[in-house]
Write a protein that binds this ligand. Sequence first.
Ligand SMILES: Cc1cc2nc3c(=O)[nH]c(=O)nc-3n(C[C@H](O)[C@H](O)[C@H](O)COP(=O)(O)O)c2cc1C
Length: 446
Amino acid sequence: MKRPTPWCTARRSISDQPAGAIDDVERAVAMQRLSLIAEGASFTREEGLPLRDWEALCRLPLPPCSRWSRQRRSISVTSVTRHSRLSRYFGIILSMSDQLTTADIARLPTAYNVAHIRIEPNIILAPMAGVTDSIFRRMILRLGGCGLVSTEMTNAASVSPKALRRHRLLDYLPEERPLTMQLSGNDPDLVANAARVVEQLGADIIDINCGCPSPKVTGGGHGSALLRDLPKMERLLRAVRAAVRVPVTLKFRAGWDEQSLNYLEAAQRAEAAGVAALALHPRTREQGYKGQADWSRVAEVKRIVSIPVIGSGDVTTAHEALIRLRDSGADGVMIGRAAIANPWIFRQIAELRRGETPFQPAPADKRNLLIEYLDICAEELSERLALNKIKQLIGQFAVGLPGSNHLRVAVHTATSLAVARAAIERFFAPFLETDAAVATAALAAD
Ligand SMILES: Cc1cc2nc3c(=O)[nH]c(=O)nc-3n(C[C@H](O)[C@H](O)[C@H](O)COP(=O)(O)O)c2cc1C
């Protein structure tokens, strides 16, 4: 496969930038660095440009030889690559921004506080409806490297004892602490009452969801719909804050759509309402999961509030997690989908920080974890629910293994746990044989 050139990356990044003025300070910094590079100065790796600098730099007026389309916010690659000096600037800047030095790592924050609760390490599991139940959370915590877990979002109207027994969304075990319980709602009094119940259940932190884009949720004015009425969001946060003694946090998106980006105001209102930490998924509700999470928005929020700010979105590797932490200045990183595909990612981040080579799971590790997960699901859930859980996980979990499509189809069409287990064993058998053959050959060579 052809490797994308830095130009393609630069072009994509430019195309993804929202319209609007660029920050004057960033422009000045980028301009100064550009002129220094033009004069032949080179930066040491430690002085590598933060991502937002080169993003700002990408938006600078370009020399006449390049074609710059304001409407499409893109540069014509062919014409620009002909301009060797400029392409060198970008080349240098791009390669520097992707490097992570030991000095960079040493400077990264490793913990943050949610009021009196210390979150360490500062790499945390994102709440995911249908995924992050107690079984999944315990699996992640057992693998190591994860500082905080959260329940799936629970509707504030569904916290009566009867509803709790039915959906079991707030079930947990003590080993999961500290534990965040997440609520969604629209009515300040109702959410405040639900928060009291959730505090009684033992939540260490109560998180309010202002990010869910699902029409089912926003239709009732919950989730990201609250971003359309920030005074109401603030009233709701104040009501919850007044109702409970545990810290209250907010998870939110950048705004309803590109025309109503209000993440800065939302962050300030939340802080004023007494919220103890913020987690921003820097996409709009309209974006859903399309495009890229714009982490420069996380950096902006970090600059204007004094409570901890966590970034969430599109972190898929240990390296990326640390780059995001460095470039955004965030206090922590939240990982969602990548934790399904690679539950070892938290451990890998911890290893990378210690200067060790991150653990690379072999197919046998994947097989063992999947079977272990299946067994726990079978023990703790009904057959139907357990089978659903496996079906939900399998698509992401098998990503990267050749032929994983067959496994996905086999598990999705399984009518019982036994059939799903047999499909998993069948799929992994050839990989395990290869591993065993490699190990025997290595022993023989010894
Ligand atoms: C299947 C799924 C369910 C999610 N459910 C929730 C939820 O219940 N509450 C919430 O705040 N965010 C939820 N999210 C958003 C994630 O917490 C996270 O912010 C988002 O997926 C971006 O991070 P990622 O790219 O690391 O996945 C969900 C995301 C996914 C993919």
